[in-house]
Design a protein around this ligand. Structure first.
Ligand code: SF4
Length: 412
């Protein structure tokens, strides 16, 4: 993996200031806020290392004793003792470490349709896992109990070590989950043991546990298990291309199409997500796009039209787009559910823009919301009921009725 080298700024006071100045001159955004003096010390840090839950980060710059992470556009600058914006990385004595390594705080077996991915190994299950931490601060986060937590708030380095690998027990206690280690080779062997053809890096944000995801993806590829990244898409191009060579499918949240709303709703930026879509496309990675329609934030139909036109022009008509219904949660409990009519209008706009595969998620009332229609003969070729595939009329990657090729990965 690429490791940034030391750059020659030793002896210059205030390198953080210098970086900010350079950012202004080059037009790059200033680095994100970090947690000052919040890195663990003493016993906790020693125990974390002893467990193997620490690894030197990839893709970072050394700026004398400061460091700058270059994994996501937050570009955190950390002085010794600081913790990153995503909460998972710390500067210890001038070296950047991830604390989210080999220590998932949650894992499950999910249907691949739950990601959602509709054109990737339909009807299969995927071994899904996550650590703490996220690069965003979405007001509507579904998983804020883990995404907005530090590793130390989700894992316990004390007590007997518990390494999770085959043969795996049918259930574990919360205490065992807190102490549990699952290193990349364990994740791959557990997925194989559970007969899951894929591993999903999901729930919080895999970019925030990049090193763990990268190492696991690499081992999974060697073990012929597919890798699925479920992401907000906010990642720098270099680490994206680095990990992209091992990614088989991605679900990318395109949370809106307006920079100011992205900032307000997600504390993120739109431009890097659009770049991620283009990079995945150029690398031939299969991906599907999810757009959550949040009342008063991302439900403007003109903005949705601009987004769909951009996707049709820049990504192409065959990349699936899933509109998803908002349900009140986290800091937006005062908002209503997305009206079904708004979602139906969004779908009409997307189809009018030329997108061939448009879905609506989180709505039980619409019978064809999750159905795949052949764009040529217009017949229903894949039907789904919640997360189950109830009809599959695709053969050798083509519509069974008219033999039109249907984009996606349809068999193992
Ligand atoms: S991955 Fe984490 S540490 Fe790195 S730039 Fe993004 S928020 Fe900062």
């Amino acid at each position: 993996m690429f490791q940034y080298g030391m750059i020659g700024l030793g002896g210059i006071a205030g390198t953080g200031f210098l970086i900010r100045l350079l950012s202004r001159l080059t037009g790059d955004a200033a680095p994100a806020d970090v947690f000052k003096n919040d890195a663990p010390t003493g016993e906790v840090w020693e125990l974390w290392k002893k467990r193997g839950w620490v690894k030197e980060a990839s893709h970072y710059l050394k700026l004398d004793r400061n460091v700058q992470c270059k994994v996501c556009p937050n570009n955190c600058i950390l002085a010794p003792g600081d913790r990153s914006h995503c909460r998972n990385k710390v500067n210890q004595d001038g070296t950047l470490y991830t604390m989210a390594y080999g220590n998932p705080c949650t894992f499950h077996i999910d249907p691949v349709e739950k990601k959602p991915l509709f054109h990737f190994l339909p009807g299969t299950k995927t071994f899904s896992l996550s650590t703490s931490g996220c690069v965003f601060r979405c007001l509507n986060c579904q998983n804020w109990e883990i995404s907005q937590k530090k590793p130390e708030e989700t894992k316990n380095p004390r007590g007997p070590e518990y390494r999770f690998r085959p043969p795996v027990p049918p259930s574990i206690t919360m205490d065992e989950l807190g102490r549990l280690s699952m290193f990349p080779e364990d994740v791959v062997s557990v997925a194989a043991w559970l007969e899951c053809p894929s591993i999903s890096y999901t729930y919080s944000e895999p970019t925030a546990y990049y090193e763990y995801t990268y190492d696991t993806c690499k081992q999974a590829r060697e073990g012929k298990i597919r890798n699925i990244i479920v992401t907000c898409g906010s990642i720098e191009e270099r680490p994206l291309r680095d990990i992209g060579q091992y990614v088989d499918a991605a679900h990318v949240d395109l949370k809106g199409f307006d920079e100011s709303i992205y900032q307000k709703l997600n504390s993120g930026k739109l431009a890097p997500i659009l770049n991620t879509l283009k990079v995945y496309k150029s690398m031939g990675v299969w991906f599907e796009i999810i757009n959550l329609v949040v009342p008063t934030y991302t439900d403007n139909l003109d903005t949705i039209r601009r987004m769909c036109d951009w996707l049709a022009k820049n990504i192409g008509p065959d990349q699936p787009l899933h509109f998803s219904r908002f349900t009140p949660q986290h800091k937006l409990t005062h908002l209503p559910l997305t009206p079904i009519d708004t979602l139906v209008q969004a779908r009409s706009i997307a189809r009018a823009s030329g997108l061939n595969y448009v879905y609506i998620g989180n709505v039980l009332e619409l019978p064809d919301a999750e159905t795949t229609f052949c764009p040529h003969c217009k017949r229903a070729i894949v039907e789904r009921d919640i997360f189950a595939v109830t009809k599959l009329e695709i053969q050798d990657g083509a519509c069974k009725f008219c033999q039109t090729k249907i984009p996606g990965v349809w068999s193992i």
